[in-house]
Design a protein around this ligand. Structure first.
Ligand code: ADP
Ligand code: ZN
Length: 210
């Protein structure tokens, strides 16, 4: 199964990707997590990407396309994968097609902008392993501590309300047009994002079955 998860920033792509990844035993590839890793390690790619990310803009296509090309060549992708946060522009989708990657399904998790703004403000992430949490909807077992690795959770700098507004603007302008792209390819399945994570998962898993 080769899957793309689409949706606005904070729609719950990453959370659903973790769940599908465990259910189907295929890896999740999150360009956001890969770029955050590069930022932390101070690599050349990280230094290039930093200001775009901090401002809530998209990192240039050539950088993320390169990331995906390298990552999909790894052996663990042979039996399928979930793309979380890629493609985010039409040129990125075209690049994926040119790489000969045959996507089975694109799941679009739909959530309105007000709900997004509310959710993102409560989001917390683990700086070590990238796991994500929410102060109301997905609490860690011990407050502020990652269940997986024990590190202290933080708020992402780009989850600041002003940056979130910019990310939503960019989403509507550059990423939303991808819906028509994948409708035309007969691959888009829209799912309405629910308040409860498990309710959304049920809808997403159902969309994978038919
Ligand atoms: P969210 O889905 O909540 O916006 P991500 O972690 O997926 O968060 O992405 C965070 C940031 O990383 C984006 O705002 C953007 O700057 C950069 N980024 C991630 N994926 C891409 C992509 N495919 N193309 C361009 N920039 C990207
Ligand atoms: Zn962790």
């Amino acid at each position: 199964m080769r899957l793309i998860l689409m949706g606005a920033p904070g729609a719950g792509k990453g959370t659903q990707a973790e769940i599908i990844s465990e259910t189907l035993r295929i890896p999740t590839i999150s360009t956001g997590n890969i770029i955050r890793e590069a930022l932390k390690s101070g690599s050349a790619m990280g230094r290039k990407a930093k200001q775009y990310m901090v401002d809530g803009r998209l990192v240039p296509d050539d950088i993320v396309i390169g990331i995906i090309r390298d990552r999909l060549a790894q052996p663990d992708c042979a039996n399928g994968f979930i793309l979380d946060g890629f493609p985010r522009t039409i040129p990125q989708a075209e690049a994926l097609d040119r790489m000969g990657v045959d996507i089975d399904r694109v799941i679009d998790i739909e959530v309105d902008d007000e709900t997004i703004a509310r959710r993102v403000s409560g989001r917390r992430i683990c700086p070590s392993c990238g796991a994500s949490y929410h102060v109301d909807y997905k609490r860690p077992t011990v407050e502020d501590i990652c269940d997986r690795c024990g590190d202290t959770l933080v708020q992402r700098p780009d989850d600041h309300p002003d940056t979130v507004r910019e990310r939503l603007r960019v989403y509507h302008e550059q990423t939303e047009p991808l819906k028509s792209y994948y409708v035309a390819a007969g691959k888009l399945y829209a799912v309405e994002g629910q308040e409860e994570i498990s309710d959304t998962s049920r809808l997403v898993l159902a969309a994978l079955e038919n």
